[in-house]
Write a protein that binds this ligand. Structure first.
Ligand code: SF4
Length: 369
């Protein structure tokens, strides 16, 4: 499902937005080198690939580990990757944690098993390293929801405003941004900005509306959304709480897929007593410590793998069966093996873009630390 045009979002909580139609891709500027092998990210998530057999998983995993050693590569995997990718990776985590890991590694190559904006962030923070993404279709509907030209136009209409963008954006958009935020530090960042400065917030309208409610500060909010979290509704979550009276509801704050749930919680549409907004690490700690026999999880289904490993014997229930990101699931063991073996596909960010995009990313990391 793609994002509906803003003109159809009559019940949107966002305060204002100039977005009324699906934005067009920016045209590359002269001198920009976007990718070593040029490719276009898809707007629609591709169909889910077939799952490999246990024997294929074992053989491919061995091949991947051997190639990673030969090529001095570190494999980073987002928590929403399929289990076999998480298991073969050197590190798993959320986009911010993986970026920090990418900046720290001494490996020559980083193979980023996540979506494209995350791999770009790794390249921006580690420009001297080779960054590969195993599938060129690993886009993000939220990052796709705003272009650099649209940000420039928005700033031109609001010349005194500061631009605060969720990390789910392209490098070109980050280059136009004052502060990148994650959903866990967005409130702190907005609170740190003097109250007399106007704020342009994007691209996730749910996170923007949530931040407005918590900070009691009006902002101009872009009407973007992720196709996965658009499918997680408060009625689904409240019904699950009603059906599972002993369960905790856990909402993950780092990926766009959960920000609608945060907004519903702030509105009082979900029972707050059994609801926890937790990072990935926080979720894993929570399931180890909580006495609850069941957990309702309102985010992308890939997180179930590390949760089951952390607390075997507990029951994990998806808030909705549809919370599957087809972009994340483009990455397969076979694709990872091929990327390593054939040294493809390189993620490149033009130096003049990277230099500007690094500033809001580093601000985000420093506020997170
Ligand atoms: S779940 Fe949504 S926000 Fe997260 S990567 Fe997929 S499309 Fe982007």
């Amino acid at each position: 499902m793609t994002s509906p045009p803003a003109s159809q979002m009559t019940s949107s909580p966002a305060t204002s937005s100039p977005a009324t139609t699906k934005p067009e891709k920016d045209q590359p500027r002269p001198g920009d080198k976007l990718h070593a092998e040029p490719y276009m990210l898809p707007v629609q998530p591709p169909p889910l690939p077939e799952s490999p057999t246990p024997q294929e998983i074992a053989e491919l995993s061995e091949e991947v580990r051997e190639l990673a050693k030969q090529k001095n590569a570190v494999i980073l995997a987002h928590n929403y990757q399929v289990p076999e990718i998480q298991d073969v990776a050197d590190y798993t985590g959320d986009s911010l944690g993986l970026s920090i890991e990418a900046a720290r590694t001494s490996a020559e190559r980083i193979v980023f098993c996540g979506v494209h904006f995350m791999a770009e962030t790794a390249k921006i923070l580690s420009p001297e390293k080779t960054v590969l993404i195993p599938d060129t279709r690993a886009g993000c509907s939220l990052a796709d929801g705003i272009t650099a030209q649209q940000v420039r136009d928005w700033k031109a209409e609001n010349p005194d405003a500061l631009v605060v963008m969720y990390v789910n954006t392209t490098a070109e958009v980050k280059a136009e941004t004052d502060y990148c935020v994650t959903s866990s530090n967005a409130v702190a960042v907005v609170n740190a900005i003097p109250r007399d400065r106007e704020i342009l917030f994007g691209p996730d309208m749910f996170l923007g509306s949530y931040v407005e409610k918590i900070t009691k500060r009006p902002m101009k909010v872009w009407m973007g959304e992720c196709h996965v979290h658009a499918g997680i509704r408060p009625a689904d979550m409240q019904k699950m709480l009603d059906d599972h009276p002993q369960a905790d509801l856990m909402i993950h704050p780092e990926c766009g897929c959960s920000t609608s749930a945060m907004e519903y919680l702030a509105c009082g549409d979900i029972d707050p007593d059994r609801t926890y907004i937790l990072s990935t690490g926080g979720m894993i700690e929570h399931v180890k410590q909580s006495d609850a026999p069941e957990f309702i999880v309102a985010t992308e289904e890939g997180i179930f793998h590390p949760l089951r490993k952390a607390a075997p014997g507990r029951t994990f229930i998806p808030a909705t069966e549809d919370a599957v990101c087809g972009f994340m699931k483009t990455i397969t063991l076979r694709g990872l093996r091929d990327a390593l073996r054939e040294d493809k596909y390189h993620v490149e960010v033009a130096p003049q873009i990277a230099e500007r995009a690094r500033v809001p990313i580093e601000r985000m990391i420093s506020i997170t630390d």
